[in-house]
Design a protein around this ligand. Structure first.
Ligand SMILES: [Zn+2]
Length: 291
């Protein structure tokens, strides 16, 4: 049976606390990491593992939720250091680990000159280390969880811990607000609603979020994710401009967790959500008019 040994292990991305946390699992096939953070935070991951008396040498597997750089950017550098590690990823994500050129180009378009200082080096993962996930991986149930990203998968362990990547939103422990990360270009709210239902259907005991923490009020958490996602989507769908959206998002988070609003909006800037939703609505409109 696979179980959570430790986490979230804070990799202190860009020096921030509670930005990116990864999880350490005991599985029948050795020690596994769930997500690994960006390349630039690899020293932070090493330091976090060292606090548990471990190093990358002790890790056998890397389970990835999706290939966004804050979750998977360090994968290639980790395998370069320990070529024994098998990297588990969705079928759509796999080729982008082997050849990250397109992924890097699209992230550079989004982040511009800040790319290098935000994310660091993207090292290709050798094809021989990549394993495409099925319904079961290392004794965990694995299921597609699109919405935030179309290739996103989540993992459920034998004790009911759901490793949800970004699919259950962003919530910075000990705060309550559940923020839907809605970056362009793949946001799909219908798919995300189905993903939330898939999660509810499995009645997990707790949610392990990369951003950031383990939460046991699963039902209320997913309800809040759903509510906020639809509320923000309506705002953009009804033509709200970016500045007004950013102010409304700020007020929304502040109403729940005034002390943490800046941290939330550093980790998931409001413009991500605005652009992601704008694109989502444009695609919907084009689909309905055949344009
Ligand atoms: Zn993501």
């Amino acid at each position: 049976m696979s179980t959570l040994r430790a986490g979230p292990i804070d990799v202190h991305h860009l020096g921030f606390e509670r930005f990116v946390g990864v999880y350490l699992l005991d599985t029948d096939e050795g020690l596994a990491l769930f997500d690994c953070g960006p390349g630039i935070a690899l020293d932070g991951l090493r330091a976090g593992l060292a606090e548990h008396g471990l190093g990358l040498d002790d890790v056998d597997h890397l389970l990835l939720s999706h290939i966004h750089l804050d979750h998977a950017g360090a994968a290639g550098a980790i395998v370069r250091e320990n070529p024994r590690i098998q990297v588990h990823v969705s079928e759509v994500g796999a080729p982008h680990l082997v050849d990250p050129a397109k992924l890097e180009a699209s992230a550079r378009r989004l982040y511009g000159d800040a790319f290098d200082s935000l994310w660091g080096e993207l090292v290709p993962v050798p094809e021989g280390n990549v394993r495409v996930v099925g319904d079961e991986v290392l004794g965990l149930e694995c299921f597609p969880s699109p919405g935030h990203a179309s290739h996103h998968v989540s993992y459920l362990d034998g004790e009911g811990t759901l490793y949800s990547g970004d699919a259950a939103g962003v919530r910075l422990t000990p705060s309550r607000f559940v923020l839907p990360p809605l970056p362009p270009p793949e946001v799909d709210l219908e798919a995300w609603e189905r993903t939330i239902q898939e999660m509810e259907h499995r009645s997990p005991s707790r949610l392990a979020l990369v951003h950031f923490g383990v939460f046991e009020d699963v039902e209320a958490h997913l309800d809040r994710l759903r509510g906020t996602m639809h509320r923000w989507s309506e705002w953009v769908g009804h033509g709200m401009d970016e500045e007004t959206f950013a102010a409304a998002v700020h007020a929304d988070v502040a109403a729940s967790d005034p002390d943490d609003v800046d941290n939330y909006l550093t980790i998931v800037p409001a413009w991500h959500g605005f652009r992601g939703l704008e694109r989502y609505w444009r695609k919907r409109h084009e689909a309905s008019t055949g344009a």
